[in-house]
Design a protein around this ligand. Structure first.
Ligand code: 5AD
Ligand code: SF4
Length: 448
């Protein structure tokens, strides 16, 4: 069959979609680039907020309408990922009923599920449930052509932050073995990859016999010809001195930390069951700033969590200013069925949630403008990732500390390491002009 895969949500889903490509190609299917050319459309879904799920339900509806208009009644629609896991056979009851449902640990079943969908012989064409021993390995050759290869190092999460659906959709934390991870990365490097991003709901909690996350990173850094190692997501409770020292000491480990804070109020953090206080969070930021040259931070925030007062929110704004994130992903609290926060009264009206979100985004924009102003004139080492969209003769590139730069007037190729002088910014990217070839870690070569 010809299969089209559409991916929503986090990088874990992007990785899984690549693994799905491998599973389907092994079973003799092929991947196509447009839904109109496909015998089956698979949608890899996200459940983290209500809005994400609504988007997918309406996407199924619009695909069904297109099928009808184009007279493709036999085209199969399959739902994979977190929403499939969360809703399982209940998805059969939605108005534009999908033909198959595959939860996050069930992609090996996809060839069979597709066969069932074609024959129509199976009434409840669903596979869900968590498995300990299934760890996907995305085939390198199926990976989208760019510089960073995602490598999932574990699945699930053992934290139970009260707002979060992930522990139920993705299950408990289960590790890919260090051997399997190292083999996977060696294979990527053998096929020309130079950069990996270690992925997990909480990579910093990685734990295998004799191995924590810092030690895993140290092992990965020994792989020859692997130039850059990134990772996400981190939990503040699991970032220790050993990890900070590892990032500081090893050239190939990129100086960028994505550390969701969620709130700047101890009271709210306690209700979220995040197990740290704002002072603990700031200590990590300060330690990292002290020890890791050119380190940058990104983070996540939730506004309007049940019980969040205006004073709590002021503290979140303050934290955002204090940290000076390069990037902050901010969300309105969304009640997720079955989570502990569901039992709390959601007493922050939607209008207030919207106002707080808008204010937080404004503050982040101000922080970002200041960061970009300070950067003008600096010379950074960046790796070219591809052509820039919308402008000819320019490329998009990335610094070790995860800053995107659009570089004008160059024919540099993906993978090239170049020096650029920062001239300004545009949206979430810096703008730069080429200076010469460069060497990496951090950003600033010279400050002129
Ligand atoms: N409502 C709003 N945002 C949420 N996130 C997780 N669960 C929810 C929810 N119920 C956010 C957190 C997390 C990011 C991936 O999504 O900030 O870090
Ligand atoms: Fe969800 Fe918390 Fe686990 Fe992150 S650490 S996936 S927010 S439960």
């Amino acid at each position: 069959m010809k299969i089209f895969i559409e991916t929503y949500g986090c990088q874990m889903n992007s990785y899984d979609s690549t693994a799905i490509i491998g599973i389907l190609e092994n079973a003799g299917h092929s991947i196509v680039k447009l839904p109109k050319d496909a015998d089956a459309v698979l949608i890899n879904t996200c459940s983290v907020r209500d809005h994400a799920e609504h988007k997918i339900l309406s996407r199924i509806g619009s695909l069904r309408i297109k099928q009808r208009r184009a007279n493709r009644p036999k085209q199969i629609i399959g739902i994979c990922g977190c929403m499939a896991e969360r809703l399982g056979k209940k998805l059969h009851e939605v108005s534009h009923r999908p033909d198959l449902i595959a939860g996050v640990d069930q992609y090996d079943q996809l060839p069979q599920l597709l066969e069932n969908a074609v024959s129509g012989n199976v009434k409840v064409n669903v596979a869900t449930g968590h498995m300990d021993d299934v760890h996907y390995v995305a085939p390198v050759e199926a990976y989208p052509v760019n510089n960073s290869h995602l490598v999932t190092i574990h699945k699930g999460c053992d934290y139970k932050c009260t707002y979060c659906i992930v522990p139920s959709t993705r299950g408990p934390q289960r590790e890919k073995s260090p051997l399997m991870i190292l083999d996977e990365i060696k294979n990527i490097v053998d096929q020309g990859g130079r950069e990996v991003t270690l992925l997990g709901q909480n990579v910093t909690a990685y734990s295998a016999p004799g191995m924590n996350f810092a030690k895993l990173v140290q092992q990965v850094s020994k792989i020859k010809n692997l130039d850059r190692i990134r990772f996400l997501t981190s939990h503040p409770c699991d970032i220790d001195d050993e990890l900070i020292d590892t990032i500081a000491e090893l050239d190939s480990v990129c100086p960028w930390l994505h550390i969701p804070a969620q709130s700047g109020s101890d009271r709210v953090l306690k209700r979220m069951k995040r197990y740290y206080k704002v002072a603990d969070y700031m200590r990590i930021i300060e330690q990292a700033r002290k020890k890791i040259p050119d380190v940058t931070f990104s983070g996540d925030f939730i506004v309007g969590f049940p019980g969040e007062t205006d004073e709590d929110f002021r503290q979140t704004v303050q934290l955002m200013r204090d940290v000076r994130y390069d990037q902050a992903f901010c969300f309105k609290y969304s009640e997720r069925p079955g989570t502990p926060a569901c039992k709390m009264t959601d007493d922050v009206p939607i209008e207030i949630k919207k106002e707080r979100l808008a204010e937080l985004l404004d503050v982040q924009e101000e922080v970002w403008q200041n960061i970009t102003k300070d950067a003008v004139g600096e010379i950074w080492s960046v790796v070219v990732e591809g052509e820039a969209r919308h402008s000819e003769n320019s490329v998009k590139a990335r610094s070790a500390n995860n800053r995107k730069v659009i570089v004008d007037g160059t024919e540099s190729q993906p993978g090239d390491l170049i020096s650029v002088q920062i001239t300004g910014s545009n949206g979430s990217s810096f703008l730069g002009k080429i200076v010469s070839a460069a060497t990496m870690k951090g950003t600033a070569d010279v400050n002129i």
